[in-house]
Every structure is written in structure tokens, then in C-alpha cells.
Ligand binder design. Structure first.
Ligand SMILES: [Mn+2]
Length: 336
């Protein structure tokens, strides 16, 4: 049995900040390529790991174009709900979303938590498919949404999840679950994960013998960060033979090199502004010298003294601070 896996397509009609291309056209081209691959690779089903759409309320005309492409897919499409597909991270809002409408019209089949679907694929191979849609506390507990039981009669169990299931610790203070905590407990032979757009460093990871984990990464690059610029979007081919599973990453042909489609100037401008602010704070601290600064005027005086600025510069700075205060008091807002 062959399955094609895609994650985080974030289909939308408008371009995110930092994209140079016609993003809607790019989304359509990528979806077309995925549908073409289901045909050319002869897969039995297409699996989507969530965040099909970028928002729950995309324009119907935009969704229509995507549905027209998806309808060319001749194999069943199974998916799970991602956080972007629904309102307020709540899978229960699905019936009010456009993804819910697409499902109701038969565009794809979304698996609920705990639901089991059996994939036959001809012959006597029996593959158990389950899914864990995103929910707001998926990563705040013990990671139980990532742990499944293999049913009697299943040759292979495959579990799809949309959550921060990661190979190594991430940003402190944010919720995530480590694969090492899940691997010894789940009976899924293969756990397919979406949500973390950069994907795993290797495909698959196998922390425990016979327990494979794969995140192919998002199909689109939504920001111009360095890891995204160097990443080439890909899909994943899963081949199940007896009880064996083989994975192959397939880079998308329609994906352009990062430098062509992503514009770093906004990020660099923001970094430049941040550096200016850091320098400023640094200078205030240096000039502070143990004195208490109670107002913007104190800061101006401290910097002027610390840096030895001429009197007229200090007076001009204080004059502008005064003007800004007046403007704020009058409700105008903003600094000159
Ligand atoms: Mn996503």
C-alpha cells in the first residue's frame, strides 16, 4: 500500500508579508502537483496533517479554486483539523468553517479524535488509521493525544497528529511534547505529525525500534526566516509492505528556491530597528550611573551628560519631548 502525506498547506488567496510571488497561484500549483503525484505514484490515499486552509473563513471564490483542483484527486483524502482551520483553536467549530463545508460536500474525510479508519488497499493488508486534530491543550498534558492502541487485526497502525510533537526541546515557556515521551507508550508503527512547519531533521526518526515518527514540514513557507529560506517544501511517500514501512521524501518541483520567493528586507529592517533600540537602552544604562530616571526628560539629561552632547542638542531634545507630551495630552498620540 502506498500513501502520500502532505502537511500544513495553509491555502489562501492573499500573499503573506515577505512573499514576492503570486502566493495564490503558488498554492494552486503546489496543490496540483500533489494531486498529480497521487496519480503518478499510484498511491491508495492522500493524507493531510492539518492546516489545510490558512483561515477558517477564506473567501468562497478562493476555496472554490482549491476544491476544483482537489476534485481531480481520484483516491480518498483523509485529514485532521489544524489550528488554522477552525475558530479559536476549537475543533468543535468545524461545522461553521469552510473546511467543514468542503468536508460536507465530500472533498475530504476528517478524522475525529479516537476514530479509527481501516485502509484496505487490495490484498489482505489491514492498515489502521487514526488522527489527533489540534486542540488548545494538546501539548499541555502528558501527550496522550499522540498515544494510540493498535487494534486486533491491524498489520500496521498509522497515527496522524497536528501538534508540537518535537524531537528536541524548543522555546522555554511554550507548550510542546517530546517524541521521547511518546515513543515508548504508543502502539502506532508510524506517527505522522504536522504543525511544526520546519519538519524533523531526519525522516523518519526512530527513537524506539519499530516506532517511526515523521514530519515532512509545511508545504508552504509563510515567513522569510533563515530556516524557511533554506528549506525546500516536500511531501512524503509511505510504502507499507507486510509489516514493513518505507518512507521517501519527495521535494516539490513547483516550489521555487527560497531567495526567489521570500523577501528578507522586512525582517532585516525590523532587526535593524531592534538593534537601534538595544543600543539606546545600553546607552541609557551606561549613562544612568546609579541615578534614578523618573521621566523621559531624565533619560535625555542622562544621555546628554553621559555622551557629552552640546547644550543646544539637549535643549532641542527636551523641546521635542515637550511637544510630544502636548500632542499626547491632546489625544493626538505619537512622537514627532
Ligand atoms: Mn500550520
Amino acid at each position: 500500500m502506498r500513501l502520500l502525506v502532505v502537511a500544513d498547506t495553509h491555502l489562501r488567496g492573499t500573499a503573506p508579508q515577505g512573499r514576492r510571488d503570486d502566493f495564490f497561484a503558488t498554492c494552486l500549483a503546489k496543490l496540483e502537483e500533489v494531486v498529480d503525484l497521487t496519480e503518478s505514484l499510484g498511491v491508495d490515499a492522500l493524507l493531510h496533517l492539518g492546516d489545510v486552509f490558512d483561515r477558517p473563513d477564506l473567501a468562497p471564490g478562493v476555496v472554490r479554486e482549491f476544491v476544483l483542483v482537489l476534485r481531480r484527486c481520484r483516491v480518498p483524502v483523509y485529514g485532521i483539523v489544524g489550528n488554522h482551520d477552525v475558530y479559536g483553536h476549537n475543533p468543535d467549530s468545524l461545522p461553521r468553517t469552510l473546511l467543514g463545508l468542503v468536508e460536507a460536500l465530500g472533498g475530504l474525510r476528517l478524522l475525529a479524535r479516537g476514530e479509527v479508519v481501516w485502509l484496505g488497499g487490495g490484498g489482505d493488508l489491514s492498515v489502521q488509521l487514526t488522527g489527533a486534530p489540534f486542540r488548545y491543550d494538546i501539548d499541555s498534558g502528558d501527550g496522550e493525544d499522540y498515544v494510540v492502541k493498535k487494534e486486533a487485526g491491524a498489520d500496521v497502525a498509522i497515527h496522524m497528529a497536528h501538534g508540537m510533537l518535537l524531537e528536541k526541546p524548543w522555546v522555554a515557556g511554550l507548550d510542546y511534547t517530546l517524541i521521547d515521551r511518546v515513543a515508548p507508550r504508543t502502539e502506532a508503527d508510524l506517527t505522522l505529525v504536522g504543525h511544526y512547519h520546519l519538519g524533523y531533521s531526519r525522516l523518519p526518526l526512530q527513537p524506539v525500534p519499530g516506532r517511526l515518527f515523521a514530519n515532512p514540514g509545511a508545504l508552504v513557507r509563510l515567513d522569510a526566516s533563515l530556516p524557511e529560506i533554506t528549506r525546500h517544501p516536500q511531501v512524503l511517500l509511505v510504502e507499507v509492505e507486510g509489516r514493513g514501512i518505507r518512507l521517501r521524501a519527495i521535494p516539490l518541483r513547483s516550489a521555487r528556491p527560497g531567495e526567489e520567493v521570500l523577501d528578507r528586507s522586512l525582517i532585516e529592517a525590523a532587526a535593524y530597528r531592534q538593534k537601534g533600540l538595544d543600543d539606546f537602552i545600553q546607552r541609557v544604562r551606561a549613562a544612568w550611573d546609579g541615578r534614578h530616571l523618573h521621566s523621559v526628560e531624565d533619560v535625555v539629561m542622562a544621555i546628554a551628560a553621559g555622551e557629552g552632547y552640546p547644550e543646544e542638542v539637549k535643549v532641542e531634545a527636551l523641546r521635542r519631548v515637550g511637544l510630544a507630551r502636548e500632542r499626547l495630552a491632546a489625544g493626538g498620540g505619537g512622537w514627532p
